[in-house]
Write a protein that binds this ligand. Structure first.
Ligand code: KG4
Ligand code: ZN
Length: 323
């Protein structure tokens, strides 16, 4: 079964063609980062206008790349929620029109759930049940995935998402958008022990909270480096140490909490997804801790952690399967 997937929930326009929920025949992503970075974040109005410009050329290119014609496509899938309403609308109306014109079924999928399905692509050997952690710019959600139709949301962020915290702390440090990769780069040169930020665990809850941690970074900078009445500039060394201390705190909380949930639920498999899952420190600590507790760990390749349409097509394929 060949599914054409469309993803337009935020500032990426993506189209993919995937066979049997697994084999990627084409996976194209057009990012708008350069249009938004000058404003320090995504402007919803600009994002939806760009989606309209980009979607048609990308569709044609994806079909060409997959060497398929419309006659070969069995269904059209689209991430229909959650996301920026204007951006989502472009994907939904495009997918609906294509499905109607080609007499194909239209499959709507949830973008957050789709992030976990990046783990089902290509030669992954993932099986269910598993504990799934989605860490992106908009979400920090932990699921117990019993089967393709039973994804129980166990906990989520009560305030900022993990990626949002990365982006906001990056802003405090004068770095560009998106902040996650920038923080990661600085953190590699920093000492994670130099500044010890709080670890927001919210004991006895499966939820997360990262807004206090972001505030702790803001206060640390203010108290240590701001001289009233004058501008201040952080040295490269200080920025690297703050980035490293902050990253360590987020990563520790995400990893320890996920392992704790998996142990509590008696599930020995963990799968992660979302933009923050591209973080090397997070990937390494997950690997170490999963090994320590004898758990199987699944992490998508870097490019499938970020928003893409292959994960949407994969989710659509499995969503309709009874197993
Ligand atoms: O999944 P995604 O591409 O889009 C959403 O669904 O939100 O995630 C984007 C988020 C941004 O907040 C970005 O800063 C973060 O993922 N991110 C990272 C890294 N790469 C992207 N955070 C930490 N380390 C990274 N290497
Ligand atoms: Zn996403």
């Amino acid at each position: 079964m060949i599914i054409l997937g469309i993803e337009t929930s935020c500032d990426e326009t993506a189209v993919a063609v995937v066979e049997d929920g697994r084999r990627i025949l084409a996976n194209l992503v057009s990012t708008q980062v350069k249009f938004h970075s000058r404003y320090g974040g995504v402007i919803p109005e600009v994002a939806s206008r760009k989606q309209i410009e980009l979607i048609n050329p990308l569709l044609n290119e994806a079909l060409k790349k997959s060497r398929k014609r419309w006659q070969d496509i069995d269904a059209v899938a689209v991430a229909s929620r959650p996301g920026l309403i204007g951006s989502l609308l472009v994907g939904i109306s495009t997918a609906s029109a294509l499905a109607y014109a080609n007499n194909l079924p239209l499959i709507e999928v949830n973008h957050v759930e789709a992030h976990l399905y990046a783990n089902f692509l290509e030669d992954s050997a993932i099986q269910m049940p598993f504990t799934g952690l989605v860490v992106s710019g908009g979400h920090t959600s932990i699921f117990l995935v019993r089967n393709h139709r039973d994804m129980e949301l166990l906990g989520e962020t009560r305030d900022d998402a993990a990626g949002e915290a990365f982006d906001k702390v990056a802003k405090l440090l004068g770095l560009s958008y998106p902040g996650g990769p920038e923080i990661e780069k600085l953190a590699e040169r920093g000492n994670p022990e130099k500044v010890k930020f709080p670890r927001p665990y919210l004991y006895n809850s499966f939820d997360f909270s990262f807004s206090g941690l972001k505030t702790a970074v803001a206060y640390y900078i203010k108290e240590k480096f701001q001289v009233p009445g004058s501008a201040f500039k952080l040295t490269d060394r200080v920025k690297c140490d703050i980035a490293s201390g902050f990253q360590e705190s987020v990563v520790e909380v995400l990893v320890n909490k996920t392992i704790r949930v998996a142990r509590k639920k008696g599930v020995k498999r963990i799968a992660i997804g979302g933009g923050v899952a591209a973080n090397k420190r997070l990937r390494l600590l997950f690997k170490q801790e999963a090994e320590k507790y004898g758990m199987e760990l699944f992490i998508p390749p870097l490019e499938l952690c970020l928003d893409n349409a292959a994960m949407v097509a994969a989710r659509a394929y499995y969503q309709n399967k009874f197993e």
